[in-house]
Design a protein. Structure first.
Length: 644
């Protein structure tokens, strides 16, 4: 992302600081327009003048309100309603963002007085209490920068003595001054402060104390007023150097920042919870924040469901390649002659392989072919796809396990038709805390195979429905946990043809998949809902070719293993398109995000072993591997079946 883009976000902050007042309905109900917020009670004594809004939630008691004069574009009181609840959430976000800021060099003031000193822009810390003694002055020097930011984090209490004051110099502005207080704040008589005072507990303003450009915001406790003046303020616009500096942000991070920047450029007003991020963070910190806000977790859904479908299709196609035992009639009947040529030809036509050495030497009038095959299989896989730093995607690790059952009917002439069902469960995780997810899937497949002498063709058509869930945690302002749920539908098809040359069978195949996920919104599980996302409907497709060779050692008789190997080159034709999402609190800010995507070309390897008994029972197992330049997939299945 260019410096211009990042600075445009910073410019948005300059236009929308916590302490500024803006025209418009949305600004009039945003945290930036609130001069007083309390989580418990508000008590006023004497004539108090407030420029800005007042919010109280979840408490309901506001005493002395008749002596409060409200002015400005906001001038409204919100008591335990939806607006007050949202403001409390925004306040919690802002409080946590400030608390997370690292202290500047030489910024630890623990044990030192606030008064009679000058501070330049930066983040300062008091491990315990901070005191601005009576009659003393704290000077904040902007150094000629109207965007100069002053954050003072205080571990316990803040006390401003009588007649103490804060003075701004060299273009410093009150809207860029923040006192985050770990417990309570007390502003004594005639003290004149500047800036936003955010206290975890209570704030007390004694007689004639003023906050001339800022706000008093108590998250959980009471606000006590006594003939005070509190006024939110408007900041002067800032100028920025537009010199480009590309490469500082990944594609995903730039997408989020660009969407926010475009929203502001089109006249939108960023909520303070978003604006404060760009104002208070360095480039690296902002990049990490934008990565968390991107909602990359949703990009793991489609690859994981597709992996599950691939495992199921591989199991279905294996059902037509079972290790047959030599055919033995249920009733020997009457021999009609010594006809090995006919037996071998019939055997090869039906089972698509050479007749074993132990094939029956006699043809029997009463012999009955085994036309039906019923099987049960368990399968699973683990897939890892490397992330891409320039894109901003993290490593995707997914696991799948399932059980499948099927029925195959072989009417003769080398043809067979199958019906298969499966239930599978998958989970995935994206590196660097980007999130995780799960899916529960049901699959149905129809399959067919036709062998004509040495040539064969086979195919399968599968359908799936998956209940998916995602889970991500945003830690840029405390810890906010979001989950999402949706139902995805998928369809897949596979077709393959090959020609047997001795024990070698060159083959070519084509596999197509499509998964459709509807739009869905995240649900807040804990924390604040400020950064929740809505994910737009998405259709992800895959089209992959396979070109390879199979090698088989057939069983010579019952209770002897059949061994097989397959190797193929696979090429993916579809690209992994980015998926769109938007913020629940700013629906007009929509942006695309891409996840980890495997390279187009991959090596497919497979090894199988199976054994069949003369009574129709068989068992086999397969291990598959798929390897590309940035991914690895290892899967396996075990199957037992019965032919009759």
């Amino acid at each position: 992302m260019s410096q211009r883009l990042r600075l445009s976000l910073r410019a948005a902050v300059a236009a929308l600081p916590l302490g500024c007042t803006l025209a418009g309905a949305s600004a009039a109900q945003d945290l930036i327009s609130f001069a007083v917020v309390s989580g418990a009670t508000i008590t006023n004594t004497g004539p108090t003048t407030i420029t800005g809004n007042i919010a109280l939630s979840p408490g309901t008691s506001f005493t002395g309100n008749t002596e409060v004069t409200l002015s400005g574009p906001g001038n409204a009181i919100y008591l335990t309603d939806a607006v007050a609840g949202r403001i409390k959430n925004d306040l919690a976000t802002l409080y946590n963002v400030l608390a997370a800021r690292p202290t500047s060099a030489m910024g630890d003031l623990t044990g030192q007085a606030l008064g009679n000193r000058t501070l330049v822009a930066g983040v300062y810390n008091y491990a315990t209490s901070a005191n601005l003694a009576g009659g003393e002055t704290l000077t904040l020097d902007g150094g000629g920068d109207p965007d100069a930011l002053f954050i003072i984090n205080i571990g316990t209490t803040l006390t401003a003595g009588s007649a103490s004051r804060i003075v701004l110099t060299n273009e410093a502005q009150g809207g860029n001054v923040f006192f985050r207080v770990g417990t309570s704040a007390t502003i004594n008589t005639t003290a004149a402060l500047v800036g936003q005072i955010l206290a975890l507990d209570s704030i007390t303003m004694n007689t004639s104390a003023t906050v001339n450009c800022g706000a008093v915001l108590a998250r959980n406790g009471a606000v006590t007023l006594d003939t005070n003046t509190i006024e939110v303020c408007t900041l002067a616009a800032a100028e920025f150097d537009p010199t480009p500096e590309e490469g500082a942000f990944s594609d995903n991070e730039s997408a989020v920042a660009g969407a926010l920047s475009d929203y502001v450029a089109d006249g939108g007003e960023l909520p303070t919870s978003f604006a404060i991020l760009a104002a208070t963070q360095s480039g690296d910190e902002l990049a990490a924040t934008l990565s968390q806000l991107s909602g990359e977790v949703a990009t793991g859904v489609a690859p994981t469901v597709m992996q599950s479908m691939d495992d199921f299709l591989d199991t279905v196609l294996r059902s037509t390649r079972q290790p047959f035992a030599p055919a033995v009639p249920s009733d020997p009947g009457v021999p009609v002659g010594w006809v090995p040529e006919k037996i071998n030809a019939a055997y090869s036509s039906k089972y698509d392989r050479e007749a074993p050495a132990a094939a029956p030497a006699f043809a029997y009038a009463a012999a009955e072919p085994r036309n039906w095959d019923m099987w049960l299989s368990g399968y699973g896989s683990r897939n890892v796809i490397d992330g891409d730093a320039s894109m901003g995607s993290g490593e995707l690790t997914s696991n799948n396990r399932g059980v499948a059952a099927g029925l195959v009917y072989s009417p003769g002439d080398g043809a067979s038709f199958g019906l298969s069902l499966s239930s599978a469960k998958s989970d995935f995780d994206i590196a660097d805390g980007a999130g995780s997810g799960e899916s529960d899937s049901l699959f149905l497949a129809l399959s067919a195979r036709k062998a004509m002498d040495a040539f064969y063709v086979e195919g399968a058509l599968a359908f799936g429905r998956s209940d998916i869930s995602t889970d991500r945690t945003v830690t840029v302002a405390g810890e906010d946990r979001f989950t999402g749920e949706a139902t995805a539908d998928s369809v897949a098809a596979h077709v393959e043809a090959g020609y047997r040359i001795g024990r070698f069978t060159p083959f070519a195949g084509l596999r197509a998949q499509s998964i459709k996920t509807p739009a869905y919104s995240e649900t807040l599980r804990s924390g604040a809902d400020t950064f929740g996302l809505r994910y737009e409907a998405e259709t992800r497709r895959s089209l992959r070719s396979e070109l390879g060779v199979a090698f088989e050692w057939p069983a010579g008789a019952s209770n002897r293993p059949t061994l097989g190997l397959r190797a193929a080159w696979a090429h993916e034709f579809e690209e992994g398109d980015a998926s769109d999402r938007s913020f629940l609190t700013i629906p007009d800010v929509s942006f695309p995000v891409s996840g980890a995507t495997r390279d187009r070309d991959a090596l497919l390897l497979s090894a199988s072993v199976g054994m069949a008994a003369g009574n129709g029972v068989y068992i086999d197992g397969t291990v598959n591997g798929e390897y590309s330049g940035n991914s690895s997939d290892l899967s396996g299945s075990l199957r037992i079946g019965y032919q009759w």
